[in-house]
Design a protein. Structure first.
Length: 262
């Protein structure tokens, strides 16, 4: 594998527009917000991560991949140890406009076929040029994505750069195990309940309680996949005093019971 610093990837990905660009990275890396002219598939092997865009947070659990369309500003962070981060940056072609899949950011399950194909790309590194066997293989991956990726992971968490609301969201994220209410969070920032309600609705088009519920479920998904915590411990650690209430909320949002998701 070619030795280069992660930051150089940002410069290298778009150097040859007609190529695919492949990299498999084993260590933790940190990118700022950035974008590419190529669509991006990223699979975190043996770990989980969060994908951040300018307006949403996506949880990327094990056995799922993220798709980021060309031109979308983003970065992602590991939250749990990973063996490899495997990324393919795809050339632009007529498929990108003919199928709406390629224009939507999303997190999708990885079936056995796609997993084997992603792992097979480890034999290439850097640019994969048209006319090569590698290019034809990568193009086959790109072509099957819309057919095998019909149901994105249903939970995304809105975010904002609003200077009044941003510290509130940080506080909520850091205290998800606590009994958070409009009153208690408002007191922390000297906001009235009415002000806090208006901030959430006007800034992110979501209620305080909707945000809190989504944040707790995303945290729970991470715990379920990447820790040995029991479901009752996870319920407690995400602010639920009742396992049944936690399980019912999880089912309504994710479409699976916590035990099935785990």
């Amino acid at each position: 594998m070619t030795a280069f610093k992660p930051a150089l990837i940002l410069e290298s990905v778009d150097e040859i527009p007609e190529s695919a660009y492949i990299w498999h990275w084993k260590t933790e890396h940190h990118f700022p917000f950035h974008k590419h002219n190529k669509g991006q598939l990223t699979y975190v092997e043996g770990g989980a991560a969060f994908l951040y865009t300018r307006d949403k947070t996506y949880f990327l659990p094990a056995r799922h991949y993220m798709w980021v369309p060309p031109g979308v500003e983003h970065y992602f962070q590991h939250r749990y140890p990973a063996n490899y981060v495997r990324t393919i940056y795809f050339f632009t072609d007529e498929d990108d406009t003919s199928d709406p899949f390629y224009t939507r950011t999303g997190i999708y399950p990885v079936n056995n076929l796609l997993l084997e194909m992603i792992l097979y790309t480890s034999k290439w590194d850097g640019n994969v040029l048209p006319g090569t066997k590698g290019y034809r293989f990568v193009k086959a991956i790109k072509n099957i994505l819309p057919d095998i990726s019909e149901q994105p992971l249903p939970i995304t968490l809105p975010t904002t750069e609003n200077t009044r609301l941003k510290p509130v969201l940080k506080f909520i994220q850091e205290n998800l195990a606590e009994s958070l209410t409009l009153e208690s969070v408002g007191q922390e920032f000297n906001y009235s309940e009415r002000t806090l309600i208006r901030l959430f609705r006007s800034t992110m088009d979501i209620s305080f309680f909707q945000y809190l519920k989504l944040a707790r479920m995303i945290r729970a998904m991470g715990y379920l996949l990447e820790t040995d915590k029991t479901i009752s411990e996870i319920a407690w650690d995400t602010g639920y005093n009742s396992v049944s209430a936690f399980s019912n909320t999880f089912y309504k949002l994710v479409g699976k019971r916590p035990s099935d998701f785990q």
